[in-house]
Design a protein around this ligand. Structure first.
Ligand code: NAP
Length: 224
């Protein structure tokens, strides 16, 4: 899809990758609605980049999240693309996982994003795009992050089915299987400490690859 002048909703725009992606996208269009859990943080980003609108959105509340998507579509006069840059991690042995943490992982990494995409679909035109930051953990489950990896794998699988279903409408479903980067995501984990991770990939390179992926409609963005 052509990003120039495109109408884009970025959910999780206040995170490290979300902000960098918005900075990058705002060179092509300012018809962007951004969301964060904090309305104030989202508004600060909107003002800094001169974007269209900012809203609070918590993925745990699916009805509210869907209402924010509808509002964004109204504000933009439709949607060409929706980008999900949300996510949360948790670490520790599978045998010791806390039920509440597992539930939150699946809410934020899978169930909430599915609800947002479902709410966005009626507003997306043929040829539109959906991009979700999943991660290599979706296909490469490491010890010490079982539920985190499983929640990302659930989302990746759902996106795979959706892509097939949307083929006739030529809506691109971009699954960004990102590698580790030093964004502090691991330090903000719901629980536990991460295993020793390889040196982080360069964030600018990854964000540029996601932007390119959105533009070209690739199935998966990979850095290897
Ligand atoms: N960093 C990496 O190494 C890496 C590698 C592979 C994949 N990824 C994926 O990339 C995405 C962004 O990661 P990041 O590194 O930019 O981390 P980040 O800075 O911690 O961003 C996480 C984002 O998720 C949002 N979020 C968390 N819980 C939420 C909830 N209940 N409702 C709505 N939003 C919620 C945060 O909102 P607030 O701003 O309101 O806190 C923030 O916008 C995640 O999906 C992550 O899994 C990251």
């Amino acid at each position: 899809m052509d990003l120039n002048g495109a109408k884009i909703l970025v959910v999780g725009a206040t995170g490290v990758l979300g902000q960098r992606l918005c900075e990058q996208l705002s060179r092509r269009t300012t018809d962007i609605v951004v969301t964060g859990r904090s309305a104030a943080a989202a508004e600060e980003l909107r003002k800094r980049l001169g974007l269209r609108a900012a809203h609070a959105l918590d993925l745990v509340d699916h009805d509210d999240a869907a209402a924010v998507v509808r509002r964004a579509a109204e504000e933009l006069g439709g949607l060409d693309a929706v980008v999900l840059a949300t996510g949360v991690a948790a670490f520790g042995p599978a045998a010791e996982e806390d039920e509440a943490v597992v539930e939150e992982l699946f809410e934020v990494n899978a169930l909430g994003p599915m609800a947002v995409v479902r709410a966005a679909l009626p507003h997306l035109p043929d040829g539109g795009a959906i991009a979700v930051l999943t991660g290599v953990v979706a296909e490469l489950p490491l010890a010490g992050m079982a539920a985190y990896a499983a929640s990302k794998a659930a989302m990746a699988s759902w996106l795979g089915s959706l892509r097939r279903e949307l083929r006739r409408r030529r809506i691109a479903v971009v699954d960004a299987r990102l590698p580790h980067m030093d964004t502090g995501l691991a330090d903000r984990a719901l629980t536990g400490r991460p295993p020793t991770l390889p040196p982080g990939h360069d964030v600018d390179d990854v964000v540029a690859a996601v932007e390119r992926g959105l533009e070209t409609g690739v199935h998966e963005v990979r850095m290897d």
